[in-house]
Design a protein around this ligand. Sequence first.
Ligand SMILES: NC(=O)c1ccc[n+]([C@@H]2O[C@H](COP(=O)([O-])OP(=O)(O)OC[C@H]3O[C@@H](n4cnc5c(N)ncnc54)[C@H](O)[C@@H]3O)[C@@H](O)[C@H]2O)c1
Length: 472
Amino acid sequence: MYASFEGRVLIIGYGSVARAALLLILRHIAVSPGRVTVLTRNPIDAALQKELGVQTITATVTPENYQQILDDQLGEGDILLHLTAGISSYDLIAYCLSHGICYMDASLEEWPGVVHGEKGDYRARCDYYNRMRVRSLDSNDASRRSTAFIANGANPGLVSYFLKAGLLDIARDTGVPANPHTREEWAALAEMLQVKVVHVSERDTQRSVTSRTKGVFRNTWSPEGLYGEAVLPAEVGWGTHEKELPKDAKLHDTGTGSAIGILRPGCTVQARSWVPLTGPLLGMVISHNETLAFADYYTVRNDAGEVVYRPTCHYVYYPADDALASLREVVASNFERPRETELLIDDIVSDGGTDELGVLIAGHAKNAYWIGTSLTIEEARKVGMQVNATSLQVAAGILAGMVWIIEHPHEGIIEADDVDHVRALAIAAPYLGTIKKVYTDWTPLAHLDTSIVPRGDRDLDDPWQFKNIYVP
Ligand SMILES: NC(=O)c1ccc[n+]([C@@H]2O[C@H](COP(=O)([O-])OP(=O)(O)OC[C@H]3O[C@@H](n4cnc5c(N)ncnc54)[C@H](O)[C@@H]3O)[C@@H](O)[C@H]2O)c1
């Protein structure tokens, strides 16, 4: 057991992630199952409930009833684990912080249909604003403080731990002395290593035994969640080495100004990256909390407060083939919300299908380094049925986060960059398959044929310009 907890735990949602997370929590945290309640709108199989010994409630949480539900289920010192793609994280966090309840989610979510900003104001739809809004809930009143660990799963989540481990590996291999502890010291290390780019790069090769039916949106984690984030504007933490802002991009005029929004849905914005499993990768720049958090965490300012260093940070996602095909239908239908969805779990074929997810840290003296998890469906199923490679990776990050919350219950709003990455990885690693750590000589200019691609479209002097990575 990594920790013990005597309070109550309420898990809202029982989808792909919660199923895997519950198994790991009951296995590694000494908490009485009778003190754990799962509340979800889809009824939970009675046999499963009996086997796990947890309490279950079937209910739909709404803006009208969430306070009453939380009043009934939780009190000071308890934990709320929010794992849905349809309840406002902001509202739940505000409630928890004002009632001394610890909180964690795996992504910042909103009530269905809620869109911030004026109609047509794309910048206000960016996750950049959502993250700033949630972070503004943090209180300096230490006496009333509980911990709200936001956006902690695999990505966001584990990738923050991999990034720190990767920076230390590169420092070791290039002879740069490194012993960072504070945010400023970590950012200074990234600057000293001359890291220009941090990609969260992911390739998911899991597939179903059955063929997808046209019009059915499939994915290996919440199809609703993927649709929701895929139609948001693409966002990129904007590095100080960049020479040229992409067409359609806008800087933010509030907050830290660390990111740009490309004012098109992320599922239509493509970028080049690299993963060990398949080599060069063309994926979607879907807006994600972790890359916005990296951009703030790894910013260096001079004494006058001016930004002197920041890497360019964004997600490059190549999801399961069925999810990609589903997204192409969404684009073709002018982004209409899918009517039918299918979560791929038990029907995934046992053929070595893998979720490979990590960070590509690039632009330094050894070109590029990838570090992350490569987990097959067979490895994931050793934990239990109703688990796939994707959900187990997320659950491993959640387990590490739950342990951290139990050990640090009064920290206010926390992101994965703020916690001890060594301990978090030690807790998560047994569920991550192979942890790959590889240098590559790949750059976005590799094998460039200027008879196919006009020279003006690329910056031949600096491979790690966003211009070379972005595929407009
Ligand atoms: N950080 C990561 O690496 C990562 C990866 C995958 C998913 N996620 C996030 O984890 C969360 C859960 O994802 P998932 O794949 O398990 O989702 P899912 O769609 O498989 O399951 C969601 C669950 O929430 C329930 N639910 C939805 N709205 C509800 C409401 N109003 N009231 C009660 N129950 C409700 C559904 O019935 C379902 O049980 C999402 O926020 C998702 O974005 C994070």
